[in-house]
Design a protein around this ligand. Structure first.
Ligand code: ATP
Ligand code: MG
Length: 342
C-alpha cells in the first residue's frame, strides 16, 4: 500500500538548516494500522505531509497504492484521506456545509456527497450538530468532524496526524471506537501519529518510533517491549535470616538481572529485571518459598513503550510530553481541501 525509500526533507530558515526527516525507509501493507510515535519535532508531521503529497521531499521516493506521490499527486489524493494536526475545518462554516464542501472537493455527485455526509454524521455521532458552526463545537466533536471529512472520499488509506491530542480520556476512547468501526467498514489502512504511549501500545498493530528525523525502531508493540525493555518484578522477603547470597542462590534458575537490598537481617527488597515478569513471578515466589524465604508482597511492572524509548534514546518520551516541549500544533492544520491549495 505504501513504500517510502530514502525519504528526506530539509528546511532552510535563513542560514539555519533543519533536517526534519533524514532518509527514512518503511513499508505499510494493506489493512495495517501503523502509528508513528515520537517526541515533538521528531519529524512525524513532516513525514505525513510528504506521504500525502502536501510537501515535496528533498530526496527519496514515496509510492502510495502503486502511484509515485511526487509524479502523480492527483492519483494519490483521490485514494487517501488526510486529517492534519490541529483543526483544518473552516471555523465559521456549518458542520453539514463543511462535509458537503469536502464532497465537492472530491468531485462527487451531489446526491452521493449528501448521502455520505448523512452516513458519516450518524457513524461519528455528530447527529444534532449539522447546523452548528465548526467554532462552536467541543474539541472532541471537532476531531470527530475532522475524521468524517477525511472519510468523505471513502479512502483506502487514511492518514491521521495526532487525532486525539488535547482530548480528555473519555473523548479519546470514544474517537478510537469510531475510528476502529470506520476502519472495518471501509476496509482501511491507517497511518497515524501520536505521542500518547498508551494509545500507540493499545491501538497500533505496528509502531514506528521516530526521533530526530530517523526511524529508530519499527515493530509490533509487544516485540518492541520484548526486545528493548524489561519487566520489573519487586518482591519483599521476610525471614529470620535473609542474606543476599541466600536469595541469589534461591533465584539462580530465574532468568534476569537481580538486585537485593537487605534490611535488618530479616527483610529484603528483591528487584528482578526480566523479559517476562508475569511468567517469572510465580516461579520466583515458589523458589524463594522452597528456600524458606517467604515473599510477603509482590509487584510486577510490565515494560512500556516509554521504557523502550528511554532505552533506545536515553530520554523519556513521557517527560518530553509532560514538559510540552516545542508544542507547535498550529503549524500544519490542513485537511485534504487545504492540501489542494498547498
Ligand atoms: N515549514 C517549516 N519550516 C522550517 N522548519 C520546519 C517546518 N516544518 C517543520 N519544521 C521543523 O522540522 C522538524 C520536524 O517538525 P515536525 O512538525 O515534523 O515534527 P513532529 O514530529 O510532527 O512534532 P510535533 O509532535 O510537535 O507535532 C522540527 O524541528 C520543525 O521545527
Ligand atoms: Mg506534528
Amino acid at each position: 500500500m505504501l513504500h517510502a525509500r530514502g525519504l528526506t526533507r530539509t528546511f532552510r530558515r535563513g542560514k539555519e538548516v533543519v533536517e526534519a526527516v533524514k532518509g527514512i525507509d518503511f513499508d505499510v501493507s494493506k489493512g495495517e494500522l501503523v502509528a508513528f510515535l515520537g517526541p515533538n519535532g521528531a519529524g512525524k508531521s513532516t513525514t505525513l505531509r510528504m506521504l500525502t503529497s502536501l510537501l515535496m521531499p528533498t530526496a527519496g521516493t514515496v509510492e502510495v497504492a502503486g502511484w509515485d506521490v511526487v509524479k502523480h499527486p492527483r492519483q494519490v489524493r483521490t485514494r487517501i484521506g488526510y486529517i492534519g494536526q490541529g483543526n483544518g475545518a473552516g471555523h465559521s462554516y456549518r458542520v453539514l456545509d463543511e462535509l458537503h464542501n469536502q464532497g465537492r472537493f472530491y468531485q462527487l455527485p451531489a446526491a452521493e456527497y449528501r448521502r455520505r455526509a448523512t452516513d458519516l454524521i450518524e457513524a461519528l455521532d455528530l447527529g444534532g450538530l449539522e447546523k452548528r458552526t465548526v467554532q462552536s463545537l467541543s474539541g472532541g466533536q471537532r476531531r470527530r468532524l475532522d475524521v468524517a471529512m477525511g472519510l468523505m472520499n471513502h479512502p483506502s488509506l487514511l492518514f491521521l496526524d495526532e487525532p486525539t491530542t488535547g482530548l480528555d480520556p473519555q473523548s479519546r476512547a470514544n474517537l478510537w471506537e469510531h475510528i476502529s468501526t470506520m476502519r472495518k467498514e471501509f476496509d482501511m489502512t491507517l497511518v497515524l501519529t501520536t505521542h500518547y504511549l498508551d494509545e500507540a501500545d493499545q491501538m497500533a498493530e505496528r509502531v514506528i518510533i521516530i526521533d530526530h528525523g530517523q526511524i529508530i525502531a519499527d515493530a509490533t508493540p509487544d516485540t518492541l517491549k520484548r526486545d528493548h525493555a524489561d519487566d520489573l518484578i519487586t518482591l519483599s522477603v521476610e525471614s529470620d535470616a535473609v542474606s543476599e547470597a541466600g536469595i541469589a542462590d534461591a533465584l539462580r534458575d530465574v532468568v534476569g538481572q537481580l538486585e537485593v537490598t537487605v534490611r535488618d537481617n530479616n527483610t529484603a527488597l528483591v528487584q528482578l529485571s526480566t523479559d517476562d515478569g508475569p511468567q517469572w513471578l510465580p516461579r520466583a515466589i515458589e523458589s524463594l518459598r522452597v528456600a524458606s524465604l517467604p515473599v510477603v508482597s509482590a509487584d510486577v511492572k510490565q515494560a512500556s513503550l516509554d521504557d523502550v524509548f528511554l532505552n533506545l534514546t536515553g530520554r523519556s518520551l513521557r517527560e518530553d510530553a509532560a514538559a510540552g516541549i516545542g508544542q507547535d500544533g498550529g503549524t500544519s492544520a490542513a485537511t485534504a481541501s487545504e492540501g489542494a491549495a498547498a
